[in-house]
Design a binder for this molecule. Structure first.
Ligand code: SER
Length: 884
């Protein structure tokens, strides 16, 4: 049975048992900033188990794309070393949301395995959580599994509920006892049954885990019973396929065969083996690593991750670099890894069309990452090899943390990559030493940052109360701190450039891409022009500006007034950014993820993950969607709530963003995002939205710039006035411009043709005149002359004509343009035994500051000193005379 048939048999079996077939969710959980990657089939149903979400079905079945690299479930280090671990795999699952429980879950699993997949019953073992007598009895009495093949496993991982047979999604969330089904690969494979000392061998392989979801674990470790006991099962497609295809390793199943062959080809090619000689060892574990990792990398990039230095981006980078290092180990010296994207799309594109649709983008993203790493890998490996050889010589088996850190910092070697190399040589890495070196560097950076940030704006008072969501002025703000030249002072005087902290302020301090407010602080005697507002600490804002009248003392009361017009422009742009983000996802796809944004009074600049330039049509659709939301004129609403509640609202969150305990959920039109910025009251306030630029900023990242409100009007008026002046110059109505310009271009092309023809004629008539100047030296006609108004092409045609007419000749023609000289030398076929055109042209060219070359019968050159041309041409006769 092929893997694809196994996948569909599974889904159809559960469909026949009343389950809804649900599509895989993305590997990047869009609405869960706590989860690095989708690591199990149940992730997309987490809220259903918890009772927060209701579905129209109470039974579901899926084939879910999963990543287990980084986070609670991490198999990265095992890939390549075992027969069954992957960073990316597909998990087949069936789920009951308060519907059936242990009895049916166990019976379904047994029926599918033994009747549909026809696995011999005596090859199947099961484990149950030691306290779960109910599951034990179902297996033993109802299903009939003999007691010797049922293993009870208790809390074997060092704490209550910490057990191989108690499954948790993460530190928090739904969890419960589980029963696992194992397949015995037979006595030829080393390893013992589950629960035995050598259970980690490859003989008894867990194929299916049935979790009886009963609790929700909260951060304090308390287990709260779920509203309804449920079922969550997971069976790795690759493992069950290995069993059904009678192979021992997952890497021998059909899904991997072609991919491994493609990996070998790619590595061999990059190692310079192109002539069909054997190349690298087809059985190398490194090829398995590469074949596994291309799947993980491609599927994460599909969902909008790009390699970076933190969060998901860093996990992607670690996986990609680990694969590249394994290719390097096999001899690859140029990028190869990205070339596996298309072979993978061929293999898996049927089941996951998103892979095909995004193949070019994935290719480009990985290629850039790979090119970058290939710049440093050779030097890094040299250092690592050297260090390991020295340690080996000294009988030490642990690489020091400083070297590992240097490899990380200077050569881009993630520490697990270094550990992987060490492991191959029976060595380890001092990870504590590595962490210490890393922390030292962070501390230094922090100290440097503090110093720079503000030249010591140390503040220890109360946080600022921000009123700027509702008000643009505060009538009696009190000055709580003043800084001049980075130092805290009691007062600042007219002329001083100061940072002023107020107890209450309407001024928004720069953050989340939105620039800081400007405006004015004043009282009866003093005035400060605020040019920016900055964050001194997360919740302490500093108004930065110039004292233009009087003085400002700590304790003074001032009226604080934001520049309302500028703020209005900023909020229009900020709100439009939310609407645009959603519209981009609608038009381009859900892989669109924010990579950066800047919102100021002029425009909004938004960077996002997408592979190709947007077409005009796509840009127009985004504009139309946003403007439709503007016209709907819906009120914007914000609500402050706990992060958990915010997550339940489905609001857009950015992974890796440090959200506090409480967050602000902002709804504008049909969008909902976590955002601390300031916004319009109604979408209609945006006025008009217009995209003005679209460009690429890095592989897989595009940038859109847009304007709103009066800026949009000014932009369109600017365009209109340009069109108006063009129309005026062409004496045509704007609607006729396209036709008129087309006509002019046509006319221009006709004229260009005519000019070329005329130049040819002119040259040939000059040629006739020049013939008379040719001098006969021993039967060879020698001619050296300037052609007025000629270009290189004319020099060549005239040369041909003169050679035809003079029959036996050596000719130099020159054209002059300012100080520049173009030269052509020609020698007829019967003379090239004695003279070479290339030598002749160089002889002349070097006198006018140039050089050139060509064939023996025709050579071209350039020069930079036209003042020497006459003398140079005059010297030709003597030069030829010496040779004929
Ligand atoms: N969530 C469980 C697992 O991942 C069963 O699907 O093993």
């Amino acid at each position: 049975m092929k893997a694809s048939e196994i996948r569909s048999t599974f889904l159809k079996f559960f469909e026949s048992k009343g389950h809804q077939i649900v599509a895989s969710s993305p590997v990047v959980p869009g609405d869960d900033p706590t989860l690095l990657f989708t690591n199990a089939g149940m992730n997309q149903f987490k809220d259903v188990f918890l009772g927060f979400d209701k579905r129209p079905y109470s039974r579901a079945t899926t084939s879910q794309k999963c990543i287990r690299a980084g986070g609670k479930h991490n198999d990265l280090d095992n890939v390549g070393y075992t027969a069954r671990h992957h960073t990316f795999f597909e998990m087949l699952g069936n789920f009951s949301f308060g519907d059936y429980f242990k009895h049916d879950a166990i019976s379904f699993a047994w029926e599918l395995l033994t009747e549909h997949f026809r696995l011999p019953k005596d090859k199947l073992w099961v484990t149950v959580y030691s306290e779960d007598d109910e599951a034990y009895d179902i297996w033993n009495r109802i299903v009939g599994v003999p007691a010797e093949r049922i293993v009870r496993i208790g809390d074997n991982k060092g704490g209550r509920y910490l057990s191989d047979n108690f499954w948790m999604m993460g530190d928090t969330g739904p969890c419960g006892p589980c029963t696992e089904i194992f397949y015995d690969h037979g006595p030829d494979v080393a390893g013992g049954p589950p629960g035995s000392p050598d259970e980690d061998g490859d003989r008894y392989i867990e194929v299916w885990n049935n979790v009886f979801m009963q609790f929700n674990r909260t951060e304090d470790g308390v287990m709260h019973p779920l509203p309804k006991p449920s079922v969550d099962t997971g069976m790795g497609l690759e493992r069950i396929t290995a069993v059904l295809q009678h192979v021992h390793s997952n890497y021998e199943i059909d899904l991997f065969v072609a991919l491994l062959a493609a990996a070998k080809n790619a590595v061999d090619f990059a190692a310079g083996v192109t002539d069909g000689t054997a190349g690298c060892d087809a059985a190398s574990p490194s090829l398995k690593v590469i074949a596994d990792h291309i799947r993980a990398c491609s599927f994460t990039i599909v969902d909008g991750v790009i390699p970076g230095n933190e969060g998901r981006g860093y996990v992607l980078r670690r996986i990609a670099r680990r694969a590249i290092r394994h290719g390097y180990k096999l001899g690859a010296r140029t990028p190869f890894f990205h070339t596996l994207v298309h072979p993978l799309a061929v293999q898996m594109g049927e089941a996951y069309p998103e892979l095909r649709q995004n193949a070019d983008r994935i290719f480009a993203v990985l290629k850039q990452e790979e090119e970058r790493f290939f710049q440093t890998i050779a030097n890094g490996m040299e250092i690592l090899d050297g260090a390991l050889a020295a340690l080996d010589g000294a009988g030490v088996s642990r690489l020091d943390g400083d070297t590992a850190f240097k490899l990380h910092d200077t050569y881009g070697f993630p520490v697990d990559l270094t550990a992987d190399v060490c492991r191959e040589r029976d060595m380890t890495v001092d990870t504590a030493g590595f962490d210490a070196a890393m922390n030292r560097q962070r501390e230094q950076a922090r100290a440097a940052g503090k110093f720079k940030m503000a030249a010591g704006l140390e503040y220890s008072g109360a946080p600022t109360t921000f009123h700027g969501y509702e008000h643009l002025s505060c009538e009696t703000s009190q000055v709580v701190a003043v800084y001049v030249d980075g130092s805290s002072v009691e007062s600042a005087r007219a002329g001083d450039d100061a940072v002023i902290v107020l107890d209450h302020t309407p001024f928004y301090a720069e953050s989340g891409g939105q620039v800081g407010d400007t405006g004015e602080l004043r009282n009866g005697t003093s005035r400060v022009v605020v040019e920016d507002t900055i964050r001194i600490q997360a919740d302490v804002f500093g108004q930065h500006g110039r004292i233009v009248e009087g003085e400002v003392r700590v304790g003074d009361r001032l009226v604080a007034r934001v520049d309302a017009e500028r703020r209005a422009r900023i909020v229009r742009n900020h709100s439009a950014t939310h609407l645009m983000h959603k519209a981009l996802r609608e038009v381009l796809g859900s892989h669109v993820q924010q990579k950066g944004s800047l919102v100021n009074a002029e425009r909004t600049r938004f960077d996002f993950v997408h592979n190709a330039p947007m077409s005009d049509e796509q840009i127009r659709r985004v504009e139309a969607l946003v403007n439709a939301e503007v016209l709907a004129n819906a009120a914007a609403q914000s609500q402050v709530m706990g992060i958990d509640d915010a997550q339940k609202t489905g609001a857009m969150m950015l992974f890796g963003e440090k959200y506090g305990e409480t967050v602000r959920v902002l709804s504008i039109g049909s969008t909902k995002e976590l955002c601390g910025g300031t916004h319009v009251s109604r979408t209609g306030d945006i006025g008009l939205f217009k995209i003005v630029a679209e460009s690429g900023v890095a592989a897989g990242v595009r940038r859109v710039e847009a304007v709103t409100g009066d800026n949009a009007l000014a932009y369109l008026q600017g365009l209109e006035s340009t069109v108006g002046s063009v129309a005026g110059a062409l004496k045509a109505a704007p609607t006729e411009l396209t036709a008129r310009i087309g006509g002019l271009q046509e006319q221009l092309r006709a004229l260009e043709k005519e000019v070329i023809a005329l130049k040819g004629k002119l040259a040939s008539s000059q040629g006739d005149e020049l013939m008379a100047q040719a001098v006969d030296l021993n039967g060879v006609k020698v001619l050296a002359a300037v052609l007025e108004g000629a270009d290189a092409a004319t020099l060549r045609t005239t040369m041909d004509q003169l050679k035809n007419k003079l029959k036996t000749a050596a000719i130099v023609l020159a054209a002059v343009d300012g100080a520049k000289v173009q030269l052509a030398a020609g020698v007829t076929a019967d003379v090239i035994g004695r003279l070479k055109a290339g030598e002749l042209v160089n002889f002349v060219a070097q006198q006018v500051g140039g050089k050139g070359g060509g064939k023996p019968d025709l050579a071209m050159a350039g020069g930079t000193d036209a003042s020497k041309l006459a003398g140079a041409l005059a010297s030709v006769q003597a030069w030829v005379g010496e040779r004929v």
